[in-house]
Design a protein. Sequence first.
Length: 256
Amino acid sequence: MNHIHKSVITESGAAEYSDAVAIHTYGFMKRYHEGVIDRIEALMDALRSLGFKNKPVWITEISGCGYWNHIYPGETEEERFRYQALDMPKKLAGTIALGVKKVFIYEFVNTVVSHTEGEFGIINSNLLPKPAFMAYRTTATQLDGAKYQGKIKFSKKDFTGYLFKSKSKKTAIIWKEDKPATLVRRKKITLPMIEISKPETVKLKASGNVYMVDIMGAKTELIIKDGVVSVPVNEYPIFVTGNIEYATSDLLPAPV
């Protein structure tokens, strides 16, 4: 089901007769009317208000940010590939944080057709991987078996982070919010690539070994000094593992 049909699966009572509610959602991983966060939260709120708060929600399609001349920001193919890779971990981790049980990207291999329908894959039609393939692999590897713990509180309003925990480790995904030229989903324009800023430092209390993993899977040990670790953050998401103290808040509203 697409998000626009939530009334069909909730108000009609159809959710009672389904094992899960499946939706398709596209857009930026931001808070705005057509964004992924608002769409999922609207469906979750509807399910809770009608007594289906435990009904699993699956995303069976998620990918591009809009239907412009291309589905991602970027004036060149290389720039659009970079934004797809930047976008992938935010959507995979962020939707799980919102309470979605399963997430399926659209699609694995580019469809050989003209215009935007041929841009969704994380593998090119010639079977060569795009950067988003590695971003997908890194996200799946870093969050394998982990459960969502809460949204991380930062003093800087344009920083976003989610904390996950598995049996063996705590893993945070952190990024600085980017600023697309427009959030309108359908317009015959080519969006420029977003500006990538110089990394800003986030200082967190930590002990033991702390590692940072970028979206391509490169792993770096971060040095702890006087019980504090400095984490460099910009628009590209990073994963941070180790014994770090985070202040968190629950991302989801309390059940109705």
